[in-house]
Design a protein around this ligand. Structure first.
Ligand SMILES: [Zn+2]
Length: 390
């Protein structure tokens, strides 16, 4: 490559990095951009100028952030420029569908949720999504044309090339379906579809416990287990879009059949259904009534806490390998079981301390999702915000 070509590739890279930082943070100063990226003052100035010229970023004068001593004038706050209008997000869980309509700044106006057997009844789930979207618009007193973009997360392996669900047994009623096309035709608008754990990671990155984090794993622990991987501030989905299927990691000594067709997968030992089954032995039958639940019973009951801590240890064993490989700054635990409280976090923490390299263990913080059970829905809103911006 010629020196000019190299310079232009470098400028493009800096520009993308600066834009994604402004979008992630919502507002940021040039000095902060310099500290995070390590770019020179002139490179920041050039990149920011280009973003402002292309109407992607606006600069507001802000007294509160102080004066930039080098220039002797107030430091500007850079914010993403927001088109007027609405965005919408849809989240398919295993047993519910939810939808929300928000402003292009991400502030939710209306949100609705319905229980549906998503895994086994794809058509009903897709129809429900369309009904909830319409209900959100009606309640927001808005028309469909005001929705600039819509994104949805589904709980299964979605091929980024074919847009189809890529497993005969996971999310079986969805196999061969093109969820993007199905949803787009029902809603009468283009719907961007992605994996639910990936959406969860995006939600936590923009609005939740991963704000400001460049490298982290979001682990959705529900009926299945999936990881949303964020590296250097961006989602990593692999060559065909289905990276993060950690629920199907083989555990030594485990032998139960898994819905993927293998034996001994992590999901067969740690999942909401399996933990529920174990808790039934100690009569905590209703620890997980459907989904939005109070889990005080688990934290308060020492035997229940032990069951959940043990699930955390098993999950942590698999996460420890991922930590050794990726050296993340945080692990965010989401989903019904992931947000079940301190016992699960403690179990995960224990295994990470035990099985990762000490420096890597020290660098990683284990937390529960800041958005509780709404990480995926807010991730869909975040994705829709990104599309509205383009
Ligand atoms: Zn499996």
């Amino acid at each position: 490559m010629s020196p000019e070509g190299k310079g232009s590739a470098r400028r493009q890279r800096s520009r993308r990095q600066l834009l994604s930082l402004v979008q992630e943070r919502g507002s940021i100063t040039r000095d902060e951009l310099g500290r995070i990226t390590g770019l020179s003052r002139s490179a920041i100035a050039e990149g920011v100028q280009g973003l402002i010229r292309d109407s992607l970023v606006v600069e507001e004068r802000a007294q509160s952030v102080g004066r930039s001593p080098a220039r002797g004038r107030p430091a500007g706050l850079l914010t993403p420029s927001r088109p007027a209008g609405l965005v919408a997000g849809i989240d398919f869980g295993h047993a519910h569908v939810s939808a929300a309509v928000a402003g292009t700044d991400g502030r939710v106006r209306v949100e609705h949720r319905e229980p549906v057997n998503v895994d086994d009844e794809a058509a009903t789930a897709l129809d429900t999504a369309a009904v909830l979207f319409k209900r959100c618009l009606d309640d927001a007193k808005a028309s469909a044309s005001e929705a600039l973009s819509i994104a949805a997360g589904i709980p299964g392996p979605l091929d980024s090339g074919s847009h189809r669900v890529r497993s005969a047994t996971i999310l079986s009623s969805w196999v061969g379906l093109d969820p993007e096309r199905e949803l787009s035709s029902r809603l009468g608008r283009l719907v961007h579809v992605g994996n639910d754990a990936d959406m969860g990671a995006q939600g936590e990155l923009r609005f939740g416990a991963a704000r400001g984090c460049r490298d982290f794993l979001y682990i959705k622990v529900s009926r299945g287990i999936g990881a949303g991987i964020v590296l250097n501030g961006e989602s990593y989905r692999g060559s065909i879009g289905i990276a993060g299927e950690i629920g199907h990691t083989q555990l030594p000594g485990a032998a139960s059949w898994c819905r993927c067709g293998n034996r001994g997968c992590l999901e067969t030992v740690v999942s909401i259904t399996e933990v529920q089954r174990q808790l039934e032995h100690i009569r905590l039958r209703n620890a997980f009534p459907d989904e939005g639940l109070s889990l005080d019973s688990i934290t308060e009951d020492p035997v229940a806490a032990r069951v959940v801590t043990e699930a955390g240890r098993t999950l942590g064993r698999v996460l420890a390998e991922l930590c050794n490989c990726l050296n993340p700054a945080a692990i965010i635990l989401g989903g019904e079981l992931g947000t079940a409280g301190q016992p699960l976090v403690a179990g995960v923490r224990e295994s990470i301390d035990r099985y990762t390299q000490p420096a890597i263990a020290q660098a990683v913080d284990v937390r529960t999702a800041g958005l509780g059970l709404r990480s995926e829905l807010m991730g869909a809103i975040s994705r829709a915000m990104d599309h509205a911006q383009r």
